[in-house]
Design a protein around this ligand. Structure first.
Ligand SMILES: O=c1[nH]c(=O)n([C@H]2C[C@H](O)[C@@H](COP(=O)(O)O)O2)cc1CO
Ligand SMILES: [Zn+2]
Length: 169
């Protein structure tokens, strides 16, 4: 006989871990061989209103444009790739992002910081800060501070979230 459950399940994902996991799942769609970034925008009712990952603009081929990091600027990915945060804002359900939070795998660059601020997003929750100290990140932090956008690095309650797509294996 199965024991009756008298209380709620333990081990469920916290909201923070859940939204970051959604961001990281989106990042799995990225074709960038070196850095995969995902972002998830959440409104004040804890509803997801936008997700995105870094990739080339719609209609621009992942197989034709370069994914390199080095060489002449025009021959690298940098002039072409849309950042995850930008895509999350642009992909968001029509409406107002004022007061939303954005969960992102990587601390936003200065260009995304501008988009985040102008969209009315009030909180940035990030995991990696691997480009801390670069001019881009310094400029982002400067703008977020002036605009009153709160930034915090997520300390996940669950370091690993497993998603199994098959019952076997
Ligand atoms: O905030 C960000 N969001 C974002 O989507 N990206 C993307 C752009 C590139 O595809 C990749 C960074 O590439 P790399 O680490 O090789 O320089 O991550 C990069 C940043 C930070 O620079
Ligand atoms: Zn960016």
């Amino acid at each position: 006989m199965q024991a009756a459950h008298s209380g709620k399940r333990s081990g469920y994902l916290s909201w923070d871990d859940y939204f970051m996991a959604v961001a990281l799942l989106s990042a799995q769609r990225s074709k960038d061989p070196s850095t995969q970034v995902g972002a998830c925008i959440v409104n004040s009712q804890k509803r997801i209103v936008g997700v995105g990952y870094n990739g080339f603009p719609t209609g621009c081929s992942d197989d034709t444009l370069p994914w390199s990091r080095e060489g002449d600027f025009i021959d690298t990915k940098y002039p072409y790739v849309c950042h995850a945060e930008l895509n999350a804002v642009l992909n968001s359900v029509p409406g107002n992002l004022t007061g939303c939070a954005i969960y992102t795998a990587l601390f936003p660059c200065n260009e995304c910081a501008k988009v985040i601020i102008q969209a009315g997003i009030r909180e940035v929750v990030y995991l990696s800060d691997k480009y801390a100290g670069t001019d881009s990140v310094r400029a982002s932090r400067h703008m977020f501070e002036q605009a009153g956008v709160a930034c915090r690095q997520l300390e996940p309650a669950n370091p690993v979230v497993t998603i199994r797509l098959s019952e076997n294996g």
